[in-house]
Design a protein around this ligand. Structure first.
Ligand code: CMX
Length: 130
């Protein structure tokens, strides 16, 4: 597996982008993931991305995270070739996933998550690019 991105929960994508633009030069990619109720900006750095996540609704997981824990590191995501195959492999090793089936992610990707309580308090995402 390859590290794909690091998710960072933010209240305002534009304000956080302004911070990173003082640190480095980049052209961000933006989208919105309706199923996750979040706006996304991807900052490419060193072959991976920083994924800024701004909730679009109070029932978004990102909204709850910020309300309870404040802005900051939210998850790490590993790229896999086939998310179903990886889910089966890890389930056989005792890991559990949040969703029975992969959910639609950004730009046509398919994703699933392992609960942070079972992974050393870090939310882990598996992502298969579209
Ligand atoms: N990282 C680490 N710990 C986290 C966490 C996170 N991102 N989110 C929640 N937690 C912790 C809470 O602090 C809490 O810990 P304590 O019990 O010690 O207080 C515990 O997990 C709560 O767990 P919970 O009751 O099961 O549920 P939550 O309602 O907080 O939901 C989670 C947690 C992971 C199930 C939910 O955030 C979720 O469904 N996440 C997947 C979807 C997601 O995060 N989408 C964001 C966009 C992703 C993308 O598009 O890339």
């Amino acid at each position: 597996m390859k590290l794909d991105h690091i998710g960072i929960a933010v209240k305002n994508i534009d304000e956080t982008l302004a911070i990173y633009k003082k640190l480095m030069q980049f052209q961000e990619k933006r989208t919105e993931v309706a199923t996750q109720k979040a706006k996304v900006a991807l900052i490419p750095v060193g072959g991976v991305s920083l994924e800024l996540l701004e909730p679009t609704s109070e029932d978004s997981a990102v909204w709850k995270f910020i309300a309870e824990r404040g802005e900051g590191l939210h998850h790490i995501a590993f790229e896999v070739e086939n998310v179903e195959a990886s889910m089966e492999e890890f389930k056989a090793k005792g890991f559990r996933f949040l969703y029975d089936k992969p959910a639609p992610g950004k730009f046509g990707s398919r994703v699933n998550f392992m609960h942070p309580k079972e992974t050393g308090r870090v939310l882990i995402e598996l992502t298969q690019h579209g």
